[in-house]
Every structure is written in C-alpha cells, then in structure tokens.
Design a protein around this ligand. Structure first.
Ligand code: BDR
Ligand code: CA
Length: 336
C-alpha cells in the first residue's frame, strides 16, 4: 500500500490546468482533498465552471471550492490591460490557448461547494497534522495569500508547495512577467514572505524546456482512453494558439505548463537544475511589474544573498515529461 500524498490543487482552469487535474486524478499516489479555483486565465466564474467540467468528466469524486474573483489588492484590477473581468468580458487570454470554456467537455451539471475557497483552505489545513499537505498552485496566488493573511498557522501544516509560476529569463505577459504571478504579484509576494517550507517554483524556463509537439499529442492520443483523447485535443489546441503567440524551441509545439508540477511531485528528475533561491516579486507597477527576482547563490555566487525562501527549476527534461504523461495514462488504462 503506497502512502498517499494529501494534495490541494488551486487552479484557474484553463487548458493546461485541465491536463494537470486529469493527470493528478489518475495518479494513485495522490489523495486530492479538494480543488480551489481563482481568477486567472479567465474570471473565477469561468475557471470554476471549467474545473467542474473536468471533475465531472473524471467521475465527480472531488469537491470544488470557488475562490477569489479579484487580485489580492483588488483596486489593481485594471491597472494592467488584460485582466479578465467579473462578467467574463475583457481581452481573451492568449490567442485561443485557453478559450473561455473547455469546449471539449459538456457544461457541468454539478456545482461548487457552498463554502468559499479561502475558508475551506484554512479549515482543512488547520485540521491536518503539521507538515502534511502538498499544495499545487497553478494560478495566481490570491486564495493562498488571503488564507495565510487570515490564519498564518496554516503555513506549518504544509509539507511542500509545487508552484507553476514565475520565470527568470522567460516571461509571457511581459518580457519579465509570467501570467500567474503577473496577475497578482502582491499575493505572490505575501506567499514568499510567509515562511513556507519546501516551496518549489516550476517557472516558464522549465515549462518551455518541456514543450509538447504535435507528434507527442498523437502519441498521447494513441493510448486510446477518453483522458488521452482529451489531453491530446487540449495539447493540439495549445499548439495552434501558441503558433501566433509565443515560440518555443521547435515549430508546431507548445508548453503545457501546469502538469509539469504534478509530474515533478512523482518524479522530481523531470526538473533539471533545481537551485535554492531567495525570491522577491516586483509589485511596483513599472516595467518589471510581476517579475520574480530570484537571487540564486549557486548561479550568481552572491555571498550576501538573503536566505533561500524557495527553490527554482532552471530547466526541465522534455522527454521524461512526455513519457511520464503517457505512462500515467497507460497505467490508468491498465488499472481500469
Ligand atoms: C500559466 O498561466 C496560465 O495561463 C496557465 O494556465 C499557467 O498556469 C503560464 O504562465
Ligand atoms: Ca493555470
């Protein structure tokens, strides 16, 4: 009997969040305590609906809690163009990489739980032993920052955080701003100051190393399950969207960011060169707005760097990642 990791997934579903959810739900190593949603790729009403669609598709075994609809410092809404609005209007994110809804799945017939995500996070974490829960944030950190602000003792309940966010060379919303952090830099800075043990950043630099090609999508589809087909379709959608938005190292390819965190929790060797760092987030409103500034003594040799508050993966192994996705789908098929 394997001892399961108790995990909470915080997401803004989203095409790559959907893939992460499906793969996490298929892994027997995880006990998913619940899924929290947040404003991000689209407004929280949409990201919640998308999350419910995925939960229903996968058998409706996990509670979903709707989270914050505005960034931590809510007056920042509109400070930058591109924020999804509460009614779902506003510029569509990333040229069709996500779309509004996960159109591959029918409208959800299930509903989110009554309890707000931040309340559920606090209650759930406080009921757990110290250092026992893994958090997988795949979105702006608004829910987690609010939970920490209201009940700082939750930090001690967390064993590890595997976060898709940030970048040290690559940005996507700006030259230095990664979407999840850029959407709510104040929340990210609150989390960096909170004293979490074992916080790992899986930044764009790692996820862009671990891009998927159309050939990979077809290898995934060939597994022949409904989950494989869903992931292959979303990967193809992302490749099409990325072709007019951001290049990776090959043509006809795109990063599928969020599931790299899930893979790393099962096989950390998908992350390459994971180094300790002190991370600060620029909340200033200038050109570096939303930048994750990583002070990495192993790289820059700075002897007076502040003590590390995280690790950051500088690279990733794309072949291992693709094989891990296929292996996860194959193992689930064999069990069914
Ligand atoms: C991150 O931003 C979102 O668009 C994706 O879902 C991912 O979590 C990548 O920058
Ligand atoms: Ca996401």
């Amino acid at each position: 009997m394997i001892e399961k990791k108790k995990v909470i997934i915080d997401c803004d579903t989203g095409s790559d969040d959907s893939v992460a959810l499906v793969l996490a739900m298929l892994r027997p190593e995880f006990e998913i305590l619940g899924i929290t949603t947040v404003n991000g790729n689209r407004c929280v009403e949409y990201t919640t609906e998308n999350t419910l669609r995925v939960v229903e598709f996968m058998g409706n075994k996990w509670p979903v809690f709707k989270g914050c609809g505005l960034p931590y410092v809510s007056t920042m809404l509109g400070r930058r163009p591109g924020y999804p609005r509460r009614d779902g209007s506003g510029p569509a994110n990333n040229a069709g990489v996500h779309g509004d809804f996960i159109d591959q799945l029918p409208k959800a017939t299930i509903k989110e739980q009554d309890k707000p995500a931040v309340v559920w996070l606090i209650e759930t974490l406080m009921a757990q032993p110290d250092h026992s829960v893994t958090i997988i944030p795949l979105a702006p950190l608004t829910n987690i920052a609010h939970a920490v602000h209201i009940e700082p003792r939750i930090v001690d309940k967390v064993k590890e955080v595997m976060y898709m966010g940030g970048g040290y060379i690559i940005g996507n919303k700006s030259p230095v701003g990664e979407m999840n952090v850029w959407m709510d830099p104040d929340a990210a800075e609150v989390c960096m100051e909170a004293g979490f043990q074992n916080w790992t950043f899986v930044p764009l630099d790692a996820t862009h190393d671990a891009y998927l090609t159309m050939d990979d999508a077809e290898r995934i589809r060939a597994v022949g399950t409904k989950e494989a087909e869903f992931i292959a379709d979303l990967t193809a959608q992302r490749i099409k969207g990325y072709s007019t938005w951001q290049k990776v190292k090959e043509d006809n390819a795109a990063p599928v960011h969020d599931p790299l965190t899930v893979a790393a929790l099962i096989d950390e060797s998908v992350l390459v060169d994971c180094v300790p760092a002190h991370c600060q987030v620029d909340c200033g409103g200038g050109a570096a707005y939303g930048q994750t500034i990583f002070d990495m003594p192993a790289i820059n040799g700075r002897l007076d760097a502040l003590p590390p508050n995280c690790r950051v993966a500088l690279h990733a192994d794309r072949i291992k990642y693709v094989n891990w996705i296929i292996d996860t789908l194959e193992q689930a098929k064999a069990r069914s």
